[in-house]
Design a protein around this ligand. Structure first.
Ligand SMILES: Nc1nc2c(ncn2[C@@H]2O[C@H](COP(=O)(O)OP(=O)(O)OP(=O)(O)O)[C@@H](O)[C@H]2O)c(=O)[nH]1
Ligand SMILES: [Mg+2]
Length: 319
């Protein structure tokens, strides 16, 4: 990417942004190298957005919510980028956001940039690419980054670890089990937003709100922020402004507490350590001497001729 194109990216040119993201998502070594150079150059220009993670079981209304929320943000004068971490389709290029049908209006807006989930690739996987894409979008002047994920596998943890504010959309009615809500998720959430609070479900949604408010109060919170429970209707556009108001509240308080930057610093540090682990594992797997000795070590450990510890030590000594 030329200096000219880099400047275009910083000026908010979508084609330059898309090109940089393509390099980030590429699995070719030469592309990866170029991508890293671009990332280093944009780094000083990134980090100025509010990053919001949005999770929830399939069908809860994430796409519909993002459409309504994104349009509301644009109405507030913001530019919005929508990215996805989708563990369910690592090869096909992502199903989340794959159909932009529920984000029809948003995807037509000049102020919005919507990027479907990338394919997994090697190092760091989808989460790595989404993190890097986020930096590029910030450098291109997007004020709010929405990262969508479906409640599968580790993706919620990954997304919670890369955003400032993590919200989980819920359905009115039905207990945790029915909703497929994993227990740990409530502990990750800065907010639970009960969607589809419309029509006959308004009452159910209120009950769910009470239920989850007490459930959340039982959890121990170590940060300055007490997670909130709200209701909304993405379809009818009810309370969407209140959800944004809550995020702004959080942002203001976090800045005052110095917690905003602290959280980001911690996330960057954690991410570095995760990458080191992955890089080490990759080295291990590619090391010919280790490859050669591994079957025998595995056998010896399986048949209890050798302790797992001793075998692990032998492998480490080869590095
Ligand atoms: N009544 C009502 N229906 C809604 C609301 N939000 C979404 N829906 C409907 O719920 C269905 C699923 O909505 P999506 O936005 O596609 O849900 P999603 O969470 O993105 O689903 P996946 O992408 O499959 O994970 C659609 O038929 C929507 O029209 C709402 O606030 N009220
Ligand atoms: Mg969707």
């Amino acid at each position: 990417m030329s200096a000219f194109e880099l400047q275009a990216l910083l000026d908010g040119n979508r084609r330059a942004l898309a090109k940089a993201i393509t390099l980030v998502e590429s699995t070719l070594d030469t592309h990866r190298q170029q991508a890293q150079e671009i990332l280093e150059q944009v780094l000083p220009h990134s980090g100025k957005s509010i990053r919001i993670g949005i999770s929830g079981v399939p069908g809860v209304g994430k796409s519909t919510f993002i459409e309504a929320f994104g349009l509301h943000l644009i109405g507030q004068g913001k530019r919005v980028a929508v990215l996805a971490v989708d563990p369910s389709s690592p090869i096909a290029g992502g199903s989340i956001l794959g159909d932009k049908t529920r984000m029809e209006e948003l995807s037509r807006r000049e102020e919005a940039f919507i990027r479907p989930s990338p394919a997994a690739g090697a190092l760091g996987g989808v989460a790595q690419k989404t993190r890097e894409t986020m930096l590029l979008c910030e450098a291109a002047g997007y004020d709010v980054i929405l990262v969508e994920t479906v409640g599968v596998g580790q993706s919620e943890y990954q997304v919670a670890g890369m955003v400032d504010f993590f919200m989980v959309l819920m359905l009115p009615g039905g207990g945790d089990e029915l909703q497929g809500i994993k227990k740990g998720i409530l502990e990750l959430a800065d907010a639970l937003v009960i969607n589809k609070a419309d029509g006959e479900s308004v009452h159910l949604a209120q009950m769910a709100r009470q239920h989850y408010t007490s459930a959340m109060n039982l959890l121990r919170h170590t940060s300055f922020w007490t997670p909130r429970v709200m209701t909304c209707s993405a379809l009818e556009g009810v309370n969407i402004d209140a959800v944004w108001g809550m995020v702004l509240d959080y942002h203001l308080q976090a800045l005052e507490e110095g917690a905003f930057q602290q959280k980001r610093s911690r996330q960057n540090r954690d991410w570095m350590h995760q990458l080191v682990q992955q890089m080490l594992m990759m080295r291990l797997k590619q090391n010919p001497a280790i490859k050669a000795m591994l079957p025998e070590l595995e056998r010896a450990v399986a048949e209890q001729e050798m302790t797992a510890y001793a075998a692990a030590r032998q492998i480490m000594e080869q590095l």
